[in-house]
Design a protein around this ligand. Structure first.
Ligand code: RP5
Length: 178
């Protein structure tokens, strides 16, 4: 599936009049091939009414694009960055080195090691530059979106209310018997 180049994703607010909300969360991935895995992050945010900016940015293949985007992100209104990458995944760590924004890393299972390499590369940051690391693959991407929302919810009652509704709906969907 093609990745939208400037994917300021519209949310439920897209039904209302006026301009699209500015993205508050950036979702970066090292390759367009990562998109299927990272999509749950964007979907979780959209469900909660949070606009995200989805970009293919590689720390090693597009280092200038990476540096320009990350160093301008806070000024542009981005509050949390999610970074997903596979193999020797340094995207989240290098991103965290370039910004004071919280960075959430998603190891992607795109290599012969099925994400174990990316997990260790992302989670084993030396002390000083933190990366909050989620699970390998789609579950990690979904949780990264929810984690980003939880960060925003500390200062945004509307996001907190959306998370309360999300949790209640999730609980109600669990059957008592198989
Ligand atoms: C990593 O290499 C990317 O994050 C991706 O998971 C992996 C393979 O990328 P492609 O060769 O499919 O572009 O940098």
């Amino acid at each position: 599936m093609a990745v939208r180049k400037t994917a300021t994703r519209r949310t439920s607010r897209s039904q209302s009049k006026g301009p699209a909300p500015a993205p508050r969360v950036a979702i970066l991935m090292g390759s367009a091939s990562d998109w299927e895995t990272m999509k749950p992050a964007a979907e979780a945010l959209a469900q909660l009414g949070i606009a995200s900016d989805v970009r293919v940015i590689s720390a090693h293949r597009t280092p200038a694009r990476h540096h320009a985007y990350v160093t301008a992100a806070e000024q542009r209104g981005i509050e949390v960055i999610i970074a997903g990458a596979g193999s020797a995944a340094h995207l989240a760590g290098v991103t965290a080195a370039l910004t004071l924004l919280p960075v959430l890393g998603v190891p992607i299972d795109s290599s012969p090691l099925q994400g174990l390499d990316a997990l260790l590369s992302t989670v084993q940051m030396p002390g000083g530059i933190p990366v909050g690391t989620l699970a390998i693959g789609k579950a990690g991407a979904k949780n990264a979106g929810l984690f980003a929302a939880a960060i925003l919810a500390r200062k945004d009652p509307a996001v907190r209310a959306a998370l309360v509704r999300y949790r209640a709906k999730q609980t109600a969907s669990v059957p008592e018997r198989p």
